[in-house]
Ligand binder design. Structure first.
Ligand SMILES: O=P(O)(O)OC[C@H]1O[C@H](O)[C@H](O)[C@@H](O)[C@@H]1O
Length: 284
């Protein structure tokens, strides 16, 4: 069983991007040191599970559009608790556009694993420096992404973009119950157990399950989550996609985001947020 880790320069059109390529048997994954951002997961050597925008950029502090962005220590626009007068806080925290360091690597008969870390000086208004680690594990059982940080006021999300073949056939389940609808700016309740995509979707499901199934139209995935208190489901649809300069106008047809998130500001325990992606093969 091949199990290797190799430093590579560049992935897809993102030339010069410092990356690590993990191999375990037939499965491969690529993670960029910029953002500790997983860019690719191919469970069988030729099926790509993650979407990467062909217009994604990484220079000039731009976060990469696609893959699995790491949102930390806040999610979305910074809540009042993270604000400081006179300082503009970027969307989704501070680490999507930072270079992380390789802290450890391991290959053995059961998996291929890397650990990246980041240490940032205390931003204005924060009581102490910020540090986090991301562990990526590729095995016969799938790809696991785990984000760790010490106890503090924080939010986090593993903001995965999944490739889809036919958006109108995509279903994510179970996703019933209460959700925050960020498009309509209201709270709502979903009766049916699966979500389909027929309009702009930006929803925070707070009664989310430990395991979600994603049917992409051609493939079946399961997403197992730990340490989360919400799942965020996102597709920008036509009008918003047209405004995103790092996404082709029709790019919204090619992905859905299923994000494992910890959003409650009341929870100040250490962060241990996990998303485990399993590819179950082609739909028959
Ligand atoms: O454009 P970005 O900062 O990467 O954010 C992309 C999207 O991320 C999440 O899904 C949020 O819920 C959306 O409101 C946001 O539009």
């Amino acid at each position: 069983m091949a199990a290797t880790i190799e430093a590579v320069s560049g992935f897809a059109h993102l030339t010069d991007l410092p990356c690590l390529r993990l191999v375990y048997g037939q499965a491969t994954a690529v993670i960029s040191l910029y953002g500790a951002h997983v860019l690719s997961y191919q469970p069988d050597g030729n099926t790509e599970v993650l979407y990467l925008s062909p217009q994604a950029r990484w220079k000039d502090n731009t976060p990469i559009r696609g893959g699995v962005p790491v949102c930390w220590p806040w999610f979305g626009p910074a809540a009042a608790e993270f604000q400081q007068p006179g300082i503009t806080r970027p969307s989704h925290g501070l680490v999507r556009n930072q270079l992380w360091q390789l802290k450890g690597q391991l290959t053995d008969h059961s998996n291929t694993q890397v650990r990246l870390g980041i240490d940032l000086p205390a931003p204005a208004g924060f009581p102490s420096p910020l540090n986090a680690e991301l562990e990526l594990t590729l095995s016969a059982d799938g790809l696991q992404i785990a984000l760790f940080a010490p106890a503090s006021l924080q939010q986090a999300a593993l903001h995965s973009y999944f490739c889809v073949q036919q958006l109108e056939q995509v279903e994510v389940s179970p996703l019933a119950g209460v959700y925050r609808d960020k498009v309509k700016n209201e709270n709502a309740r979903q009766q049916q157990s699966s979500l389909t995509f027929t309009e702009e979707i930006d929803r925070v499901y707070v009664e989310t399950a430990e395991q979600l199934s994603v049917s992409t139209g051609q493939h079946q995935l399961t997403i197992t989550q730990q340490g989360h208190d919400a799942s965020v489901l996102w597709n920008p649809w036509q009008d918003k996609a047209a405004k995103l300069t790092d996404l082709p106008d029709q790019g919204y047809l090619d992905f859905v985001c299923v994000e494992t998130a910890r959003l409650s500001l009341n929870n100040q325990n250490p962060l241990h947020l996990v998303q485990h992606i399993r590819y179950l093969g082609q739909l028959v």
